[in-house]
Design a protein around this ligand. Sequence first.
Ligand SMILES: [Zn+2]
Length: 626
Amino acid sequence: MNKILLLLSAAACTLLACKQSGDKDKGQSLAAEAAFDNKDYHTQSNADSVKGTHLFLDIEVSFDTKMITGSALWDIENPYKKSQIIFDTKDLVIDSVFLDGVTKAAYTLGNPDSVLGTALNVTIKPENKSVKIYYHTTDKATALQWLAPEQTFGKQHPFLYTQSESIHARTWIPVQDGPGVRYTYDAKVTVPKGLMALMSATNPQQKAADGVYTFHMDKPIPAYLMALAVGDIGFKSIDDRTGVYAEPSILAKAYNEFTDVGKMVHTAEELYGPYRWGRYDILVLPSGFPIGGMENPKLTFCTPTILAGDKSLVNLIAHELAHNWSGNLVTNHTWNDFWLNEGFTMYFERRITEAMQGKSYTDMQWELGYQDLVATMEDLKDKPEDTHLRLNLKGRNPDDGLTDIAYEKGAHLLKLIELTVGRAKMDTFLTQYFNDNAFKTMNTKDFIDYLNKHLLDQNPDWKMKININEWVYSAGIPKSCPRADMERFVKVDSVAKKFTTGTKAAALPAVQWSTYEWMHFLRQMVTSNINLEQMKDLDQVYHLTQTQNSEKADLWYLLSIKTKYTPAYPAMRSFLYVTGREKFLQPLYKEMMKTAEGKQMASEIYTLARPNYHPLTQKVVDEIVK
Ligand SMILES: [Zn+2]
């Protein structure tokens, strides 16, 4: 998944000093290591003793009732001859349960837990081979977003998509829902005629006349990678293994943005070994999609906000592609080990980008990521344990762990390892790591053991220099955290200084700037005392209010709220009405809430925009705007 939460406005980034972790944390880190607990507290299933090994999902999607109805047939393995199998469900209605296709099964539902949902306990006998659960979803399903036609690009047909990570799969499928539990699946999905259905599996490239689609996933995956999308969707091939799905009205635009994706898959393979999932396709969703992208196997789901028209934001695809190694192939064992998915993926994403766009370009990504990390540390200053790479989310919602700690602190640790051992050794190590652990899970402790055995034991100095326990089990940013080469940003800094001290916008050498140079510049403007005249000057020369680049737009609107630059307000309102990407929404609503007139504007905008946002995003913005 792409970074989801910008916990703090970018404004704070450059003001904050790096928080260093000190000696006092060393004792804590040793204790945390000693007490390492590998249990997944976010599933109520008993998959460690009775396991669903293959799913046959037979469901019908109704836009009239906004309901998925059907059955989940699980092949089971019961080596210890247990008398019950337990599935996770949340806000699902269970209609009936059968054993081996014929015998009606006895089952009970546990007490509902607000985070974990309701355990479904099915009584079984040692000889039973399968459990079939008839069920339907409810309007509380947090994984599902049902869009009315007017919320799509085409405005003619409804649309449905799922977002299962972290533990939302259980709101649309009864499943043993933990990242450590893998299974293969087949599915038959019936949708209204004229619409296409797609899953994280082998996918159709044309609509089925009868609205019935079948899917097959022969590689074992965890439940958080279950995905479904239904809508008026077309397909365009990029090359013989990559292609783009999107609504017909944006398909050509999406295709033009992603023409280099075939090359990107080859680049990733050159780095860390073969892509093992067959096809790699991308589905561009309607604007309400709450996150940047989701690495659903064979079919990345992504936001349309990366369609900038100039390929400048396709690094998001590099991220989702990289997950096909770190995450989908070698999966974090529990959500406490989330950094093993996201830290590795950020590192891998930047290696792909470096190979395709060059080092100085990627150095800017590293530096912006470091700024995000510093901002996140400040935001979490009252919860230092949440800044450890290895988390303790027992009793909490695992979505609480979706911060830049996993992404950026994790990536910077891998960067430090690379700088310490050298790139050649690092790449050999990572390739072997993905091979040795393919289609398995990994926890933090086992990763450290593996790293030591296969790399760091070669040289005691490396171990000392990296001091991995400090990174994993202590708070803050370790002193050893590497920083990227700042060459291009130093130039931007000097331009920013000139502008804030009186140089006119037309005299700035900004026409050739990349998105990242603009982001760095605009982040500095947010923390400076830029005035209305300067805003007007910048806008007249660089047309920032009208930019089609969502990253630039978001920062420009943040700056506009702060300086009360009203000419940007209509464009900002339009942006907020249609864009559901949480990363962009949070800073804008938070900034508006700082003044009385801003609060009024936030309330007006949100009243109209709220129906377009995903239920999870609504929850987050409700908290800000309430
Ligand atoms: Zn990710």
